[in-house]
Design a binder for this molecule. Structure first.
Ligand code: FMN
Length: 343
């Protein structure tokens, strides 16, 4: 199916273009931006997405606060790839010790950020075994306390939380929302799966009804929905059927890096031209390659190409043979130079 099939009407998407004012004079430029992806939202991906205008803001992946509080130089180095883009930045922390999280947040607040975010969502088995990320949802009172403790250390910086719809079951939503309300964050990010569901399929009706419940319970707090936002239609459906204020697609950007730009165009009533999709995709992947080590394995580029073309596609198969980033870039350039080879 092409991107232009079942295009949502511009009016449903228009609110996503609105800036979101936050306390202390901070502001998000709009209400849709890439969801953080640890291991992906880094180096070349950040650069290529920014260059192509595919990200209006960066929400960092988590910085794990475990034994000590990172020094300023370490925080500076961690934030540098995001701040260098000159786009607004939300910085995410993850940890178990409220005091350490608050101390780290205080240090982070010295940087030009729009918000500091607490990760209570990560389902990675290693993270959860260490009691961090999504594991924190097993103790809703911790969630409330952590937000309150972090807030005390933040003088003029908004605070947000990212959570999932339960650790074990969506029946935990009421308790978790009460804890979030008690912690009074300025903004909330919510992925509809539970931690134990990892990335397993959840029927969309159920997924959206969970987010609807979170929306109802967190009335008045800006809420961003996350989960399975792969197409314009997915974005439209989540906005329309749950009432979330914004959306943060993540994995969808790997197969369709321009998803948010397409959403913006459509919301502005501009045509969404599907015929340019392949060229835009290849130009993006070429820049991703240019920003990467040419001798490195092309596995990440292949992951993107597999999503876009499918694993049986002859062009995708020809990229497998390239093996390195440098060879893959040459192959993509060849394809871009001969437009009739593009669909
Ligand atoms: C590889 C990977 C790494 C992720 N890392 C983070 C992270 O560091 N912080 C976070 O809040 N969410 C993280 N997420 C979750 C995504 O931001 C998003 O909430 C989730 O993937 C569901 O959205 P999607 O179905 O559009 O991908 C990660 C997801 C993936 C796939």
């Amino acid at each position: 199916m092409s991107a232009s099939d079942h295009l949502p009407s511009p009016s449903v998407l228009a609110p996503l273009l609105q800036p979101l004012p936050l306390p202390f004079g901070k502001q998000l430029p709009c209400r849709m931006f890439p969801g953080p992806m640890d291991g992906i939202t880094a180096g070349s991906f950040i650069k290529a997405m920014t260059l192509h205008g595919y990200a209006p803001l960066w929400h960092t992946p988590f910085l794990r606060i475990s034994t000590g509080i990172p020094r300023r130089a370490r925080l500076q180095a961690w934030l540098a790839p995001f701040l260098e883009t000159k786009l607004p930045v939300i910085a995410q922390l993850m940890g178990v010790d409220e005091g350490k999280l608050a101390a780290a947040a205080e240090k982070l607040a010295a940087f030009p950020l729009q918000c500091i975010d607490l990760n209570c969502a990560c389902p990675s088995p290693i993270v959860v075994r260490n009691g961090a990320g999504g594991a924190r949802l097993q103790q809703p009172s911790w969630v409330a306390n952590a937000l309150k403790t972090m807030r005390k250390s933040l003088l003029r910086m908004p605070l947000s939380i990212k959570f999932r719809c339960g650790f074990q079951s969506p029946d935990e939503i009421p308790q978790l929302c009460d804890a979030v309300l008690e912690g009074r964050p300025d903004m909330v990010f919510c992925h509809f799966r539970t931690v134990q569901e990892l990335y397993h399929p959840v029927p969309m009706e159920q997924a959206l009804s969970r987010l609807r419940e979170v929306r109802r319970r967190l009335d008045g707090i800006p809420l961003f929905g996350s989960g399975d936002l792969f197409t314009l239609k997915d974005i439209r459906r989540m906005v329309e059927e749950t009432g979330v204020d914004g959306v943060c697609p993540a994995r969808g950007l790997l197969t369709r890096p321009n998803l948010l730009l397409q959403t913006r165009r459509l919301a502005m009533g501009e045509p969404v031209d599907d015929r340019r999709a392949e060229r835009e995709f290849l130009e993006f992947v070429a820049d991703l390659a240019r920003f990467s080590n040419p001798r490195a394995s092309n596995s990440f580029l292949l992951r993107l190409a597999a999503g876009f073309y499918g694993r049986q596609n002859p062009f995708f198969l020809s990229l497998i043979d390239c093996r390195t980033v440098g060879n893959t870039l040459l192959r993509i350039q060849e394809a871009l130079d001969v437009p009739q080879n593009l669909h």
